[in-house]
Design a protein around this ligand. Sequence first.
Ligand SMILES: [Cu+2]
Length: 192
Amino acid sequence: MLRKTAQLFAVLVLLTPVIVYAQHDRKAAPRLTNAQKIALATSAGPSEIAKNATIIDMTDMSKPNQLRAGTNGWVCHAMINQPMCLDKEWQKWAQAWMSKSELKIEGTGIAYMLAGDKGASNTDPYATEPTADNQWVVSPPHIMVIYQDPKMLDAYPTDPKSGGPWVMWKGTPYAHVMVPVSLTKAATMSSK
Ligand SMILES: [Cu+2]
């Protein structure tokens, strides 16, 4: 018994640095040069759009910082694990989402996340990690769509594993259609 306890203790001691490191890794943004941040941001969009887009450093979400002015109306965000390129309507969306404020969509909006993301809750716009019931989903490269009329979202399921487009954050002001542009897990599985 004592021996078992000692073994368990040893395992815990050995694992502690790993656990602490993993948490640190999740919270702290890696230090990137401006060139790396621009590369991160532009990885989200088609090069024809990204090369002329405004680039905003969002690696620290509390301190957005413009790294480059664009000429085509698009904005690419350098965000750790979730870079995105946004059109005019999506820029309003991002502003509202980050400030948790009202959103008035005035036309169809398109956003690119061609680098995919490292995970988000499908139900809670502000979740930062998986819980038992927040439908955590890691998305492959995708396009995101918003509509002026939220009823348009009803055409799609909310299940990320449906094998096609689905609605994320349904019932919130930030609901949008996720459109995978590479094989999803469901599609891969059903083809085998
Ligand atoms: Cu997305």
